[in-house]
Design a protein around this ligand. Structure first.
Ligand code: GDP
Length: 295
């Protein structure tokens, strides 16, 4: 289960406050020390932790207590609200205004980009859109076939020109094909590498310039914690992301990426991957996630 350790530690840190009729500065200080450790242990960026704890402390000390809550519950409410803010406040939806709308899927190899392209295509089809999947990952040998198989599974067309064509041309032709076929959404699966490199970024920039996407979504593996956040920072600097998809949240990820990525990069998490199957993709709801973590 994702966030299990974090969830347990935060709940135990805050449980001590719950029943208290009076919560003094000292009580808040003790609780916040434990909250701080819990977040650091979950691999949340240290600066994010520092800001978070100081915000909560500021709000929790000396505030008006609502009649319906005990002072302890009030502190927990503040933690819940700040945790929600940390993850983006409210749900960030896709913004698809062009016809056809173009979504570029980017990320490092193995993050789950191709799988997520198929999942997102399925999700958008359920929203009554007509997606086309474009196989632009010409470097990973199995990626094109993988997208074709996914396309069959979710009953969506897949555009491919094989692995000998230039990815920029594939993207451009894919968009043209969508127009010809009356499809309104183009999902471009681009090539990833094992590490960020200049050739990959240049190619992605060229695709961006050519197809002018509505969304550039970075797919990152939540299991990689702070690394995922660093990857997001680099891609955002080079390309300008519109959102992040965190995959493998069904695993026992500690939570660092989910809690840090928005505040470090200012890019919202728009979706989370919850498994290998094509239906295991969910829109990300910060408030629900905060409540789930706090129990
Ligand atoms: P790509 O190289 O980024 O295109 O990565 P793939 O789409 O091939 O995915 C790499 C591996 O991660 C595959 O085995 C996927 O089934 C798996 N995967 C992708 N998303 C998820 C997820 O949300 N949860 C789990 N458990 N596995 C995932």
């Amino acid at each position: 289960m994702a966030f299990e350790g974090l969830s347990e530690r935060l709940q135990s840190a805050l449980a001590k406050l719950k029943g208290k009729g009076k919560v003094g500065e000292g009580d808040v200080k003790v609780a916040m020390r434990e909250v701080r450790l819990a977040l650091l242990e979950a691999d949340v960026n240290y600066k994010v932790v520092k800001d978070f704890v100081s915000k909560v402390r500021e709000r929790a000390v000396g505030q008006e207590v609502l009649k319906s809550l005990t002072p302890g519950q009030q502190v927990i409410k503040v933690v819940n609200e700040e945790l929600t803010q940390l993850m983006g406040g409210s749900q960030s939806k896709l913004e698809l205004s062009s016809r056809p709308s173009v979504i570029m899927m980017v990320g490092l190899q193995g993050a789950g980009k191709t799988t997520t392209s198929g999942k997102l295509g399925r999700y958008l089809k359920k929203q009554n859109r007509k997606p086309l999947l474009v196989a632009g990952d010409v470097y990973r040998p199995a990626a094109i076939r993988q997208l074709e198989v996914l396309g069959e599974q979710v009953d969506l067309p897949v555009y491919s020109l094989g692995d000998k064509e230039n990815p920029v041309r594939i993207a451009e032709q894919g968009v043209a094909q969508a127009k010809t076929d009356g499809l309104d959404t183009v999902l471009i699966d681009t090539a990833g590498r094992l590490h960020i490199d200049e050739t990959m970024m240049e190619e992605l920039k060229a695709i961006k310039e050519t197809v002018r996407p509505d969304e550039i979504l970075l797919v990152v593996d939540a299991m990689t914690g702070q690394d995922a956040v660093n990857v997001a920072e680099s891609f955002n600097r080079e390309l300008g992301l519109t959102g992040v998809v965190l995959t493998k949240l069904d695993g026992d990820t500690r939570g660092g990426a989910a809690l840090s990525v928005k505040s470090v990069t200012d890019c919202p998490v728009k979706f989370v991957g919850m498994g290998e199957k094509v239906d295991a993709l969910e829109p990300f709801h910060p408030e629900r996630m905060a409540s789930r973590i706090l129990g």
